[in-house]
Ligand binder design. Structure first.
Ligand code: CP
Ligand code: NVA
Length: 314
């Protein structure tokens, strides 16, 4: 089976520095151009949900690496008419050198990787969004990298407060990614959205500690945090629950009061798209602590680094 990136722990901790370093190098070299690491390769991009950042950053990134991105829309493929995941994986593996997939079910992404023979990258599922968390971690590591160029070390022991939909793919990804990076994750959300057994089981399976806390008090979670993170209250696929969700999450807006509980130099982060005025106030979103556009830019550099990294033999 080829090396895939389906969840944050798929890059072993000992390889994190190399991935961060690669992302930094690709970012620095971009204006002049860099070697075509995947020259002659074609990567399929399968999207079963909408996307701006993920689709564009992968298309641009694969192109810049010398490869060809082949975008496959659900309604235009036989997968959309019920062809099995296993057959899709086996057939695509005869044509393309890698697959990026955004879909609903994490199990489908895992099956695609298991049944195929090319690298698969998870571009978001209902459960996880690992590309986003790696790009976010890189965005922080850029700010915290030490003089010896140790990227991952700068993340260790830092506190991320995740406030809002604590059962979302982003919250789950921070739980798993945070444990993998050695960070402290403090979640605040409604009791009904407390992260469940699915994510605890993944932590356990990866040999990681249950190093997150959950509270219904946003100020408690934000206390002393280095980062305050939020995500939309209505994720893709949750539109039918919009009214209930807005009501449940209303006490969990990231606003000036929440940011004041964090460290004075804490960053505000959001994966985007944002609904300003819902999960985050205009004042925080537009403040100098907000690094949301750097996060979005780093999707490009980090995903290119991941693609290059997955080419390496284990
Ligand atoms: N953050 C993110 O994944 O954005 P898109 O849904 O636009 O891809
Ligand atoms: N939780 C959001 C993330 C979007 C990038 C969603 O799944 O819609």
């Amino acid at each position: 089976m080829a090396r895939s990136f389906l969840q944050c722990t798929d890059i072993p901790a000992g390889e994190l520095d190399s991935v961060f370093h690669q992302a930094a190098a690709l970012k620095a070299e971009r204006p002049r151009g860099h070697p075509p690491f995947i020259e002659g390769q074609t990567w399929a991009l399968i999207f079963h949900k909408p996307s701006t950042r993920t689709r564009v950053s992968f298309e641009v990134g694969i192109n810049e690496l010398g490869g060809y991105p082949l975008y496959l829309e659900q309604s235009q493929t036989q997968m959309g008419r019920g062809e099995s995941v296993a057959d899709t994986a086996k057939v695509l593996s005869r044509y393309v050198h890698g697959i990026v997939i955004r879909t609903f079910d994490q199990a489908m992404v895992e099956e695609l990787a298991r049944e195929g023979s090319v690298p698969v990258i998870n571009g978001l599922t209902d459960l996880l969004h690992p590309c986003q968390v790696y790009s976010d971690a890189f965005t922080l590591a850029e700010r915290w990298v030490d003089e010896e160029g140790e990227w991952a070390a700068g993340l260790k022991g830092r506190k991320v407060a995740f406030i809002g939909d604590t059962a979302s793919n982003m919250a789950h990804s921070w739980i798993l990614g945070g444990a993998h990076f050695g960070m402290e994750i403090a979640l605040a959300g409604p009791e009904a959205f407390r992260p469940g057994a699915a994510i605890d089981a993944r932590l356990k399976a990866a040999g990681l500690p249950l190093n997150y806390t959950f509270t219904t008090d946003p100020l408690e979670a934000a206390a002393g945090a280095d980062v305050v993170y939020t995500d939309v209250w209505v994720s893709m696929g949750d539109e039918g629950e919009r009214a209930e969700r807005i009501a449940a999450f209303a006490p969990f807006q990231v606003n000036d009061r929440v940011m004041a509980a964090a460290k004075p130099d804490a960053y505000f982060m959001h994966c985007l798209p944002a609904h300003v005025g819902e999960e985050v106030s205009e004042s925080v979103y537009r403040s100098e602590r907000s690094i949301v556009l750097d996060q979005a830019e780093n999707r490009l550099h980090m995903q290119k680094a991941l693609i290059v990294h997955l080419q390496e033999e284990v």
